[in-house]
Design a binder for this molecule. Structure first.
Ligand SMILES: C[S@@+](CC[C@H](N)C(=O)[O-])C[C@H]1O[C@@H](n2cnc3c(N)ncnc32)[C@H](O)[C@@H]1O
Length: 302
């Protein structure tokens, strides 16, 4: 397990978080390919109002303005340089150390969260902070923007061989999903859980849903409940990860209320759930500030 002294200097230096080089490389290449690189470099405010959406233009704005900011949040929790997220960091590092894991990544967007998680696990393996054991991860991303899903698939394909060098073997599907539609959620779950016995653990990564803003995400409540009910009999962990903005906190309050109904089946990490940190934006070549707010629910052993 890492502590701040063990984190590779290229990821955490002088109290500043640095993205994995591989993540920056594939992100930059994609920006250039989509003719978004100059936009990304010019964006001064970190995506005020850019939350992503169904159509391509909004997706591209979000991709050029917010991708790296999103990806730093899970990286900060995983590396835990200031020791606030001991339980969550340990949970991520243990879960993603070996074996067969299945991830539901929602809303996947263009993959900022999952790419950051995978690239950073890989960096920790390269640096011998984590054991280099075979790890098989099946990923299902769901989002209602088909253009975001296209980028998601392409970026995962770009890092697949890089991960395999560290014995992290990924397979992935990216599926159109509308969180406001129960039938669509049913379809997503059927695509995700095909063979229940194939995995040791199921992981639901729900990151930056609050960007959709209240009251719209209230329409997703039934889907969120459905997802939890559907996986209640499985060894499932759900990580809700949001910026520590007013909107993010409001969203996590809603999640708290929903999870209370089924909390007897879960262990909730009750430690500190919020933090602020500095990170280096390798595209804009400047330092930036970010916040993270997080809740972790782990299914109790039956
Ligand atoms: C702020 S992004 C988060 C993406 C990613 N998880 C991250 O951390 O960068 C919000 C995403 O929610 C998606 N979204 C908005 N409404 C949705 C809905 N009704 N169903 C599914 N996805 C939706 C958008 O397309 C967008 O990709």
């Amino acid at each position: 397990m890492t502590n701040s002294r063990m984190i590779p200097k290229k990821l955490w230096n002088n109290k500043v978080l640095y993205q994995s080089e591989k993540l920056v490389e594939v992100y930059k290449e994609k920006l250039i390919e989509l003719s978004l690189y100059e936009d990304a470099r010019k964006a001064e405010e970190y995506g005020k109002g850019a939350v992503g959406g169904k159509d391509e233009e909004v997706t591209h704005i979000h991709f050029s303005e917010r991708f790296l900011a999103s990806s730093t949040r899970i990286q900060y929790v995983l590396l835990n340089p200031n020791g606030e997220f001991d339980v969550m960091s340990k949970d991520l590092q243990v879960t993603f150390s070996s074996g067969n894991i299945s991830i539901l990544d929602i809303p996947s967007g263009t993959g900022a969260g999952i790419l950051s998680l995978l690239c950073n696990i890989s960096e920790l393996r390269i640096n011998s902070n984590l054991p280099r054991l075979p790890l098989y991860i099946d990923i299902v991303g769901g989002d209602f923007s088909s253009s975001a899903l296209k980028i998601y698939r392409e970026l995962l394909s770009e890092i697949k061989d890089y991960l395999a060098q560290q014995l992290i073997f990924i397979e992935y599907k990216a599926i159109e999903w509308d969180a406001g539609d129960l039938l669509s959620t049913n379809g997503l779950l059927k695509n995700w859980i095909i063979d229940e016995d194939a995995y040791e653990e199921y992981y639901i990564l729900m990151s930056a849903f609050s960007g959709v803003k209240e009251p719209i995400y209230k329409e997703f409540e039934e889907s969120f409940k459905f997802i939890q009910n559907y996986t209640l009999h499985l060894v499932t962990t759900t990580m809700y990860i949001e910026p520590a903005s007013n909107e993010g906190k409001k969203f996590l309050k809603l999640i708290n209320r929903l999870m209370q109904m089924i909390e007897r089946w879960f262990e909730k990490d009750k430690a500190v759930t919020e933090s602020r940190f500095n990170w280096y934006d390798a595209i804009r070549e400047n330092k930036a500030k970010s916040t993270v707010s997080i809740e972790l629910y782990k299914r109790k052993e039956l």
